[in-house]
Design a protein around this ligand. Structure first.
Ligand code: C5P
Length: 225
């Protein structure tokens, strides 16, 4: 296998396909660190909401990003997200932040700053990185690329179960509609849209367990090692 210190494994795909769970476990299995790029978009969005920054104003988002430090810490399979030293791991997962993250995601100059941060982290040591554009834009020369997909029905069921487990009251139809809208926005924006890199391996997780997905990925990673 290539040097684990420099190995970069990318996992792109839509929300609810299982990227986070799979990426964390794969990183632990391969002794790599784990990078959740979505957490960065979420953290900057959270700061903009709190400071009442106009999310449609790209200059304001760029200025805000330049005044911001986002740190991601891995502790075993637990990941903590720090926004200017405050632990925002839970605060970035609210429905409001989820539904407003597209403003930062579609702003080219704000995105460029996120990409720069991601490359800096990925350049330090081997990493499993998940997001929407990590195989296409952030790490086009990654060691191995995956695109993890699943049916909208299955992705929506997973999200509903996840939210209900945390004690949230979920309107299933509304959540499915929001998921579809987020997919659409992620796939159609002009910069860093969600798409499979030509050299990414497609895995459909609709009928697969987490362990089966990881098994499949490990097979590909070890095959070319
Ligand atoms: O992965 P997660 O669902 O936390 O991502 C939240 C949002 O952040 C996505 O819907 C997308 O709009 C944005 N994002 C992005 N590029 C990435 C990761 C996330 O635009 N690499």
């Amino acid at each position: 296998m290539s040097d684990p210190q420099t190995q970069i494994i990318t996992i792109d795909g839509p929300a609810g396909a299982g990227k986070s769970t799979v990426a964390k476990q794969l990183a632990a299995e391969l002794n790599l660190s784990y990078l959740d790029t979505g957490a960065m978009y979420r953290a900057l969005t959270l700061k903009a909401i709190r400071q009442d920054v106009d999310l449609e104003d790209e200059d304001a988002l760029v200025t805000l990003a330049r005044q911001t430090t986002i740190d991601l810490e891995n502790h075993a399979s637990r990941v903590k997200v720090f926004l200017d030293d405050e632990n925002v791991s839970e605060a970035i997962r609210t429905i409001e932040v989820t539904n407003k993250t597209f403003y930062v995601a579609r702003a080219p100059r704000a995105r460029a700053i996120m990409v720069e941060w991601q490359r800096a982290i990925g350049g330090r040591k081997g990493v499993v990185v998940e997001g929407r554009d990590v195989g296409t834009v952030v790490f086009p020369r990654a060691t191995k690329k995956f695109y993890l997909d699943a049916d909208i029905g299955e992705r929506s069921r997973r999200r509903i179960a996840e939210l209900r487990e945390k004690g949230n009251d979920v309107d299933a139809d509304k959540l499915t509609a929001e998921l579809k809208e987020r997919d659409h926005k992620d796939k159609t924006r002009n910069v860093g849209p969600l798409k499979k890199a030509d050299d990414a391996i497609l895995i459909d997780s609709t009928h697969l367990s987490i362990d089966e997905v990881i098994g499949e990925m490990l097979k590909h990673i070890k095959k070319d090692g």
